[in-house]
Design a protein around this ligand. Structure first.
Ligand code: PLP
Length: 451
């Protein structure tokens, strides 16, 4: 198994009494941990898959690799039976390398570089999306047997990351023309896809998008096509909120109303849903600045606390800028009955933009305290950089005994990949090995030449 540099290559099996917070506490209590670190709980991913299967019995999930391309995540999901949405040649290779059949991949990027289309043809990834005429001509030249899926636009009124301004043709004014061009080129168009926006805040939009898809299916039939694929895209929540069930009810009813024929294969491209809550980030408070201010209500003198932590917007918290996430820092230590103070949280770099939380209420923290950020698995690590020399946090992958029993037989991993009897101290030692070697300076004589 190949593993990214931020990820420990093994799954640490912990006893059933542990939970993510107790693991973090144990690691911190060793007293030797300073760098920020993640805990990735595989059990959470397995639980999400169970939720998906029960909420959407008719919809085959194609995990959107872009969201978090950790090999552990991909392997666990492949073992559980999901398929994959890849946006590029690189993502396709990553999924194929672990032995996934190319038929389980949709190349869901309507604007694909030429070499990536060629690569898809070479490796047998046949299904791909389009939303413009130029793409049809490219595919005609490079991969004329591809199975094409037209992506239409149908935006949620509220979403964390709208996508419609970049992708998706208008279902009424553009799609019929594109389908006529595809038909003239002799291309095999097999279905419709849409993406209502990542972090969708308007569940009803799925009904609207499914109704629009029905219209496209019917129009395509008039051209002689027999579509058999409906792709519901992404937009599902990543935390443990119940809104997934609200969305599921709307989707399942709309499918019954508009696509009662069970021969239509329905898929979706959830990314955030599968990984967000599986990752918890622990950051260390390394500096504090108290700024004199006034209480906004009483006008009495008070202090605003600026907390500097060892991960910021150039690292994991790039999600604050790019993914419009509102992150919440929770103190690891308990501060019962403590007064709460106006506070802000800042990343470690020298850039003024590096602000993680603008305004929040926290008890008075101390240097060495830890802040915990939950739901940090989506659109964080794939984008993070070690700007200013602050390393991207390492990930400890953990599973409890029950999950290990379930996975050890279905994952393409040998037992060596599981570490049983992990202790917090061994986790910390394992995590810091690279760091120590990285930072040992070679013992060379230094000669300074004066001008
Ligand atoms: N499919 C496509 C084509 C996407 O562009 C994205 C996200 O940008 C996804 C799926 C994943 O959607 P989500 O972030 O809502 O899980």
């Amino acid at each position: 198994m190949k593993i990214s540099t931020v990820e420990d290559e093994r799954v640490h099996v912990l006893n059933n009494n542990s939970n993510v917070w107790s693991i973090i506490r144990d690691i911190v209590d060793t007293g030797t941990q300073e760098d920020a670190f993640y805990i990735c709980d595989i059990g959470d991913i397995v639980q999400k898959h169970k939720i998906w299967k029960s909420a959407f019995p008719r919809v085959q999930p194609h995990y959107a690799v872009k969201c978090n391309d950790s090999l552990t995540v991909i392997e666990v999901l492949a073992a559980l039976g999901t398929s994959f949405d890849c946006a590029s040649k690189g993502e396709i290779n990553k999924v194929l390398e672990i032995g996934v059949d190319p038929n389980r991949i949709i190349f869901a990027n309507p604007a694909k570089p030429i070499s990536h289309i060629r690569h898809a043809a070479d490796v047998g990834v046949n299904t791909m999306t389009f939303d413009n005429e130029v793409e049809l001509h490219k595919v005609k030249n490079l991969f004329p047997d591809a199975k094409m899926v037209i992506r239409i636009r149908c935006d949620a009124k509220v979403s964390q990351c709208p996508l419609g301004m970049k992708f998706g043709c208008n279902a009424e004014t553009e799609a019929p023309h594109l389908l006529r061009v595809a038909s003239e080129l002799g291309l095999d168009v097999v279905g419709v896809s849409f993406h209502v926006g990542s972090g969708c805040g308007e569940p009803d939009v799925f009904r609207k998008a499914i109704a629009l898809s029905r219209q496209i299916f019917d129009y395509a039939e008039s051209l002689g096509y027999r579509f058999n694929l409906l792709d519901l895209g992404g937009g599902y929540p990543g935390d443990h909120s119940n809104s997934i069930f609200e969305i599921a009810e709307i989707i399942n009813c709309a499918l019954e109303d508009y696509f009662p024929d069970p021969s239509v294969h329905v898929i979706a491209e959830p990314g955030r849903f599968y990984v967000s809550s599986a990752y918890t980030l622990a950051c260390n408070v390394h500096s504090i600045r108290g700024v004199a201010t006034k209480d906004p209500v009483t006008e009495a003198p008070s202090t605003h606390y600026m907390y500097y932590i060892n991960d910021g917007v150039y690292g994991s918290f790039n999600c604050v800028l790019y993914d419009h996430q509102h992150v919440v820092g929770l103190p690891l230590k308990e501060y019962p009955h403590s007064k709460l103070h106006s506070s802000s949280i800042w990343g470690p770099t020298c850039d003024g933009l590096d602000q993680v939380v603008e305004e929040t209420l926290l008890p008075e923290l101390h240097v060495g305290d830890w802040l915990i950020f939950e739901n940090m698995g989506a659109y964080t690590l794939p984008v993070a950089s070690p700007f200013n020399g602050f390393p991207v946090p390492k990930v400890h992958v953990v599973a409890n005994e029950d999950i290990w029993m379930l996975l050890k037989d279905i994952l393409p991993l040998t037992e060596d990949h599981f570490v049983i009897g992990t202790t917090p101290a061994s986790l910390v030692k394992n995590m810091n090995v690279d760091r120590e070697t990285d930072w040992v300076l070679p013992d060379l004589p230094i000669t300074i030449t004066l001008p």
